[in-house]
Design a protein around this ligand. Structure first.
Ligand code: NAD
Length: 497
């Protein structure tokens, strides 16, 4: 019988009272593995209340003690990350090595947060005015709401919670209902690391849980990652309710291949970035722009590599796993049908793949289209599956125009051996994260992750210094001590002397 998964509140499992549940599946087999409790409004209020109650003590705890807990969490995670990777594979479907890579990238943010005392230091100016000193501090906001997507069950929440917690906030994480177990596993790890109860909580659920967090007066900030329509809704609703919001949305990432590029490298990387994690990455490459007359050779090199990929259960030795749900499988197959009907050349068809798996998993194999036009839905829409489209363009300028005209601006890459062209590209392209001969340019933890245009609503990107600023607010203190000079009354605006 499938187990039931609940919420996590004040250091223990919390069952809630909604009576509503959804299925959690293993996408490689189609089997229902758990029932997930979906929060009611009352459940939201109870979990937020726990985070509110834990805040004053956590905020008061010294940076040294808080950081020691972060270090303990990092050590436990490092030792046990294979367990977490296995959980991710069983609910998301990505292959184990990819799941482990995701955990490692998340761990980098934990490591960054271990050094937070250095970043949170304020400035100090002695004698700014005669015998008057000025200093600045940054303080936590209170309860941080984090709402995450299905495609990175561990890494995306880890973009936010290590920094939020290190800075003295308490957290309510609402994971995707498709992949809830990673968050619950992380909650137990925090407890083992010595985090006080109530500092990290997990609220499982759907729109009711999200709306509850967006409108709750005691939730101070919202970090959201998901599709663009929901990101826009979250940003608008959260800010209307007075919250600080960063809402990261969808993507349509282009890879521009110039005629002078190493085409074997470009083909390798197009395949890695197009089909890794079955294309379910916001930094996946979904469009290859082949400049000039390299199209035939590049497509033939990509095809050669694509047909050799092994698709199957991520626990076996495969390159690519299933899609997350039967609906995702149907949606992606529908896009392949549409691309074919619209007249794109279907070079590799993944609709009925040979797979190494038992049961009725949600598989679509790697799919390659050539001669894709920009009015086709396989070009205009975020497919979020293993479908790579090659668009042929005449020039660098035509390629850059397509990238800049695209409503999304998450990631992009240029493949070339011409340093001047690469420099010009990074200067003029309207995208947040850029790779030069690097197809998936996910920034390190000490830089910030985020796109432009419809790929991010809000001012601050995730992690790095932006992350610290998002989870804290500044104060500037002007002080005078033991100054015998007393100027008497002066109702004018304070001026320095
Ligand atoms: P999603 O938008 O369906 O769900 C994201 C979160 O929103 C989930 O927690 C979900 O429960 C909640 N949600 C879903 N529908 C809602 C509604 N109507 N009202 C309120 N909340 C709702 O996204 P997903 O399918 O889980 O993830 C894939 C999407 O996330 C893709 O578009 C991908 O590009 C994007 N993504 C973006 C980034 C980035 O950094 N920009 C990173 C990862 C994923």
């Amino acid at each position: 019988m499938a187990t039931t998964l609940h919420h996590w509140k004040s250091g223990e499992i919390f069952e809630g009272n909604s009576g509503r549940f959804s299925d959690v599946t293993n996408p490689a087999t189609g089997e229902v593995t758990a029932q997930l409790a979906l929060a009611s409004e009352d459940d939201v209020n109870e979990v937020v209340a726990a985070a509110v109650a834990a805040f004053p003590k956590w905020r008061d705890m010294s940076l040294t003690k808080r950081t020691q807990i972060l270090f303990a969490f990092r050590e436990l995670l490092n030792t046990r990350k294979k367990e977490l990777a296995a959980i991710i594979t069983s609910e998301h479907g990505k292959v184990l090595s990819d799941a482990l890579g995701e955990v490692t990238r998340g761990q980098e943010v934990v490591e960054f947060a271990c050094g937070l005392p250095h970043l949170i230091k304020g400035g100090f100016t002695e004698n700014a005015s005669t015998k008057v000193d000025v200093h600045s501090t940054r303080q936590p906001l209170g309860v941080a709401g984090i709402i995450s997507p299905f495609n990175f069950p561990a890494m995306v929440p880890m973009w936010f919670f290590p920094i939020a917690i290190a800075a003295g906030n308490t957290v309510v994480l609402k994971p995707s209902e498709k992949v809830p177990s990673a968050a619950l596993w992380v909650a137990e790890l925090w407890k083992e690391a010595g985090l006080p109860d109530g500092v990290f909580n997990v609220l499982n659920g759907d729109k009711v849980a999200v709306d509850g967090l967006l409108t709750h007066p005691d939730v101070q900030s919202i970090s959201f990652v998901g599709s663009t329509p929901i990101a826009r809704y979250v940003y608008e609703t959260g800010t209307t309710h007075g919250k600080r919001v960063q809402a990261l949305g969808g993507a349509k990432n282009h890879m521009l291949v110039l005629p002078d590029a190493d085409l074997d490298l470009a083909a390798d990387q197009a395949v890695n970035a197009g089909y890794g994690s079955a294309g379910e990455r916001c930094m996946a490459i979904s469009v290859v722009l082949a400049v000039g007359d390299i199209g035939d050779e590049l497509v033939s090199k990509i095809k050669e590599r694509t047909v050799g990929l092994r698709t199957g259960d991520g626990t076996r030795s495969c390159d690519m796993g299933p899609l997350v749900t039967a609906q995702a499988q149907e949606r992606v197959s529908g896009y392949i049908d549409a691309g074919q009907s619209a007249g794109a050349e279907l070079v590799v068809d993944g609709r009925r793949p040979e797979v190494d798996a038992d049961g009725e998993g949600f598989f679509v194999g790697p799919t390659l289209f050539d001669h894709v036009r920009t009015d086709m839905s396989i070009y205009t829409d975020e497919i979020f599956g293993p479908v790579l489209s090659v668009v042929r363009v005449d020039s660098y300028e035509e390629g850059v125009k397509l990238i800049n005209d695209n409503p999304y601006g998450n990631g992009t890459a240029i493949f070339t051996n011409d340093g001047g062209a690469a420099r010009q590209f990074q200067y003029e392209v309207k995208v947040g994260m850029i790779g030069v001969n690097v197809p998936v340019p996910v920034p390190m933890a000490y830089y910030s992750f985020g796109g432009w245009k419809n790929s991010l609503f809000g001012d601050t990107h995730a992690h790095g210094v932006d992350g610290l600023h998002f989870f804290t607010r500044g104060k500037v203190i002007t002080s005078r001590w033991l100054d015998p000079s007393h100027g008497g009354l002066n109702l004018g605006f304070p001026q320095n002397a």
